[in-house]
Design a protein. Sequence first.
Length: 103
Amino acid sequence: MMQTMAWYPFIRKSNNCRELLIFVCNFTPVVYYNYRIGAPFKGCYREILNSDSKIYGGSDIGNCGRVMAEDIGFHNRPYSLNLTIPPLAVMVFKKEKDHDESH
């Protein structure tokens, strides 16, 4: 029997290509630790939504609110995020502005 993928990472961009959101959807009851996904930019990504948070009645498994992109290319992207992916959840990450992007 062929096993199908039950988690999906994807990126949504605004008109400004440096403003983006990374979505990670896990449709399994399994927690994935140290799971790497590709990221287009270096820097800090803030976890702006985690549907497994206690405020939504979840188990509060996540990434402590943010994760840094590493200089490890992955999924045809120059950087990557090393994530803890909670079970049966959706997470959304937003790239924080760097100091040189603030003006």
